[in-house]
Design a protein. Sequence first.
Length: 194
Amino acid sequence: SFTPDGKAVYFSKGDPGFNRITIVVSHLNNGRWSQPRVAAFSGIWKDTDAYISPDGKRLFFISNRPVDGGSTPRKDYDIWYVDRERSGGWGGAKHLEGPINTDGNEAYPSVTADGTLYFEASRADHPGTHIYRSQLTNGQYGEPELLSFSSQANDLNPAVASDGSFIIFVSRDRGGLGAGDLYISFQKPDQVWS
């Protein structure tokens, strides 16, 4: 995920089996990208799926770090975030509160300019992995809603346009050409997805 000015990129590096995975950052200086370094908020737990909000003030990611501050990693991934500080660095990692995180995996967060959060999740009441969204109201995320086009196939890795007009995602179950193909869906003015 790139910062809005295009001068820094956050991505994950890990071993082949994803036994270790860390978010790193590279900066563009004089037309060249710096050697990636571990992001200030990463490096201990399994952290991945970095996504910077359109205004650059918040970076979402997923992690297996314990919510209670203990030393035992979670068995699933939850969505976390860090906020940009006045100094330009990132603050401490915060667990996304509200009805988003469960005992199943939540992954690949993506947000619009108005703060609406899109993510993939494995929920007990809807087997498989599907794409959900949660509206931000008065600083709180509401109950996630399953996107209408994502109710049957396993859909992964959503990336939503900053204005929410379209979403690109990966699917393995839609009869594509490979093990995972890219698809796009457009949101109509009445918030119905194509």
